[in-house]
Design a protein around this ligand. Structure first.
Ligand code: ITT
Length: 209
């Protein structure tokens, strides 16, 4: 049987403010006492995995070991069909500025532009299908772990639209909608997102009954 979270404080092992906000909102109804890895001063481990699952486990394990508390990590990304699933696990890396692109840090507009540029190089009629993937991993300090996977299908639009959300939200239009994720209220995004899909599975196992 899968281990369940008890009354312990849960460490949210992300340094991404957008994710932290969404995870906090998704956990709020379950009365979990949460603390962020950043506020505990936990370092960010190198994400050396080749899959979302490997990277989510790396982050959750590092935070559980560093804090002595159960930890929840999220590894996610945008996978574009016509680009063979790229940027995938490298989604955040595509936003990192090179030395000649400006001050160190992430530039999401530049990252969205890279994806769009590669699609346009493939021709105007290129398939614009893509999906967001999310893996949530829980690790306990004694080494036990659990993994939940989620996904939302959509298409890429250009130019970016909307001011809500974070990351690649301004170019992602979920299937069956006309608006980008950055034009969705947070509650609406929480109803259909890849993170919400993974959370539904987590909640069913960790909090139900
Ligand atoms: P942590 O590792 O500290 O959690 P990170 O930003 O480095 O933060 P990832 O390695 O998982 O996280 O990178 C995933 C990237 O995919 C993230 O930086 C976002 O730009 C993008 N992404 C993930 N979920 C997203 C969402 O709901 N909306 C828009 N972009 C998203």
């Amino acid at each position: 049987m899968t281990r369940r979270l008890g009354a312990d404080t849960l460490v949210i092992a992300t340094h991404n403010a957008g994710k932290l906000k969404e995870i906090g909102a998704l956990l709020a109804p379950h009365g979990v006492n949460c603390i962020s890895a950043g506020s505990l001063g936990l370092p960010e481990p190198p994400e050396t995995g080749k899959t979302f699952v490997e990277n989510a486990l790396i982050k959750a394990r590092a935070a559980a070991q560093g804090s002595g508390l159960p930890a929840l990590a999220d590894d996610s990304g945008l996978c574009v069909d016509a680009l063979g699933g790229r940027p995938g696990v490298y989604t955040a890396d595509w936003a990192e500025r090179q030395w000649f692109e400006g001050p160190p840090g992430r530039d999401w507009y530049m990252a969205m532009g890279k994806v769009e540029g590669m699609l346009q190089e493939l021709g105007a009629s290129t398939d614009r299908s893509c999906y967001f993937a999310c893996v949530l991993a829980i690790a306990w300090p004694d080494g036990e772990q659990a993994v939940y996977e989620g996904r939302v299908n959509g298409t890429l639009t250009w130019p970016p639209r909307g001011t809500l959300g974070f990351g690649y939200d301004p170019v992602f239009v979920p299937l069956g909608d006309m608006r980008t994720f950055a034009e969705h209220d947070p509650e609406e995004k929480h109803g259909i997102s890849h993170r919400a899909d993974a959370f539904t599975k987590l909640v069913a196992e960790q909090f139900a009954g």
